[in-house]
Design a protein around this ligand. Structure first.
Ligand SMILES: NC(=O)c1ccc[n+]([C@@H]2O[C@H](COP(=O)([O-])OP(=O)(O)OC[C@H]3O[C@@H](n4cnc5c(N)ncnc54)[C@H](O)[C@@H]3O)[C@@H](O)[C@H]2O)c1
Ligand SMILES: O=C/C=C/C=C(\O)C(=O)O
Length: 500
């Protein structure tokens, strides 16, 4: 069986033990040490992927380099763009297969994957194929010492071979968010999907071949991080850049490993994101928006608010409304239409989240709701579910209010002034995203701007225009991607200075 069997029939379409081989130079290749891929909604093994060894990494780098120095890197932009548009069409043509593959790897509710993950996979290719067509190059005319003039203009060229190291929480979305602009710029990519979620990346390799992307422009290597495929890629001298989304600690390890070959790095890392709710907000919209933000994807969204600060006059009412929302969420299997809360990604991650659930109590939190494991029967009894959880009463110094948990949980604290709210929100080592909820226009701008983050939302959350800058401040990463920022990162820019 190969990745094509992901298209099998029936309600639960992914068959047991789907084979997910590595994809090098346009071909699925045998070899590598097999490892199990589990469906976290049931705990069952649904696929086997193959950890790429050092020789496979070398082969992928060689194939990618040949392609970027040859057909792909020199392809006229119009043709390259047309191919990327076809990749988007190809994802949509095989939408159900992508959907089932993503669901099998993550256990997330079908509606979420159908409305967010898979459509964004296609959109990422369309947006960057469009965007690159109309992006102006820089030009500066200058005076010269001899009284003449010179014209400077810049041209963009591919960087070369780019390594894309992706996480498991929004697998297709976050991987294509990097692959699409990298390929639009003419680079060849080698993707290492998370070992937890290798299926949709493998399926994308099939689409690349189907639509005629030249062999070697897109490669997939499966495996783990340290002493495995991840580290082999980050230390490989044949790669010019690594774009990474994942934990801050992993980012630090990648930096060390990439240092000796001076690769360009773009890092989207963890967060401990604040939300500030003022008493003048649209109360119902704030509750609906923040309940979604805290619990979407079972809290496994890097942008999720794990710290919510609420102006004192509405604090009790807000906590009660969030409690009601949390308790209305129904955990269950992805294909059950009544499910709105999926599992965590793995047994290990559940242990980590439950560790924080215990720690919160040890640190003196008041448990508003949740704090444990839901009592599920049938197939879901083997899944890695936890209860959506809300705490109050912790100090800013508690580990639960400082460390990223990455589960369906948040701590809610009161504040008395705008100044205090800003201080509390920015009192963190991270700086990824924030949201401010108020009806007062100038305060919205003032507080929105004061947030020490890369992405500051006002009266919304996770509203994305893919042309805008996206990334983290402080320990949430460096570099920005999105729109022109992506194109700049994935390009080698040559300035040409012509004396006239
Ligand atoms: N800032 C963002 O945009 C953003 C988006 C999504 C997720 N995240 C963060 O990602 C984390 C969750 O994802 P995760 O658990 O998959 O992250 P992770 O850091 O554990 O793993 C991410 C990827 O890195 C690989 N990896 C691990 N160690 C490596 C090493 N030493 N060398 C090379 N590769 C290595 C993994 O195999 C995986 O493919 C959270 O911290 C979350 O906040 C951030
Ligand atoms: O879990 C993190 C979500 C990140 C989202 C994006 O990178 C995006 O929307 O492009």
């Amino acid at each position: 069986m190969d990745a094509a069997t992901l298209s099998a029939d029936g309600a639960h379409r992914v068959q047991a033990q789907t084979r997910l081989p590595n994809f090098i130079g346009g071909r699925f290749v045998d070899g590598g040490a097999p490892f199990d891929v589990r469906n976290p909604a049931t705990g069952d093994v649904h696929a086997v992927a193959y950890e790429a060894d050092a020789a496979m990494v070398d082969a992928a780098v060689a194939a990618a380099r040949e392609c970027v120095e040859g057909e792909w890197g020199h392809m006229p932009l119009a043709r390259r763009r047309a191919l990327l548009m076809k990749v988007a069409d190809g994802i949509e043509r095989r939408f159900d297969e992508f959907l089932e593959a993503e669901i099998a790897d993550t256990g997330k509710p079908r509606a979420m994957a159908a409305h967010l993950d898979i459509p964004r996979g296609a959109a990422n290719f369309r947006v960057f194929a469009d965007f690159i067509a109309s992006l102006p190059d820089e030009a500066f005319e200058m005076d010269t010492p001899d009284g003449g003039r010179a014209i400077n203009y810049s041209v963009r060229k591919p960087l070369g071979v780019v390594g894309v190291i992706a996480p498991w929480n929004l697998p297709l979305l976050l991987m294509t968010w990097k692959v699409a602009p990298a390929m639009a710029c003419g680079n060849a990519v080698i993707v290492k999907p998370s070992e937890e979620t290798p299926s949709t990346t493998t399926l994308l390799a099939e689409v690349m071949n189907e639509v005629g992307v030249p062999a070697g422009a897109f490669n997939v290597l499966h495996g783990f991080g340290p002493n495995s495929t991840g580290e082999r890629l980050t230390s490989h001298p044949g790669l010019r850049a690594i774009t990474f989304t994942g934990e801050t600690r992993t980012g630090a390890a990648i930096m060390r490993s990439a240092a000796s070959t001076t690769k360009a790095l773009s890092f989207e890392l963890g967060g401990k994101n604040p939300a500030i709710v003022f008493a003048d907000c649209d109360f119902d919209a704030a509750v609906a928006g923040l309940a979604r933000a805290a619990f979407l994807n079972t809290g496994q969204v890097c942008l999720a608010p794990e710290r919510i600060y609420v102006e004192r006059p509405i604090f009790e009412r807000f906590v009660a409304a969030m409690k009601e929302r949390a308790e209305a969420l129904r955990p269950g299997l992805p294909h059950d239409e009544s499910t709105d809360l999926g599992p965590l990604i793995s047994h290990e991650h559940r242990e980590k989240v439950l560790g924080y659930y215990s720690l919160a109590i040890e640190e003196g939190a008041k448990l508003v709701t949740g704090g444990g494991v839901p009592d599920l029967t049938g197939a879901a009894a083997g899944g890695y579910f936890v209860e959506p959880t809300i705490w109050t009463g912790l100090p800013q110094t508690a580990r639960v209010t400082r460390e990223e948990i990455f589960g369906p949980c948040c701590h809610i604290a009161p504040f008395d002034s705008e100044e205090e709210a800003i201080c509390l929100a920015n009192d963190t080592d991270y700086g990824l995203a924030s949201s401010v909820w108020t009806r007062e226009l100038s305060r919205a701008h003032r507080v929105g701007r004061a947030m020490a983050v890369g992405i500051s939302w006002v009266n919304c959350w996770f509203l994305r225009d893919l042309r805008t800058a996206f990334g983290g401040a402080r320990q949430s990463g460096f570099g920005r991607e999105g729109g022109a920022h992506s194109i700049a990162f994935y390009s080698e820019i040559t300035n040409i200075c012509v004396k006239v």
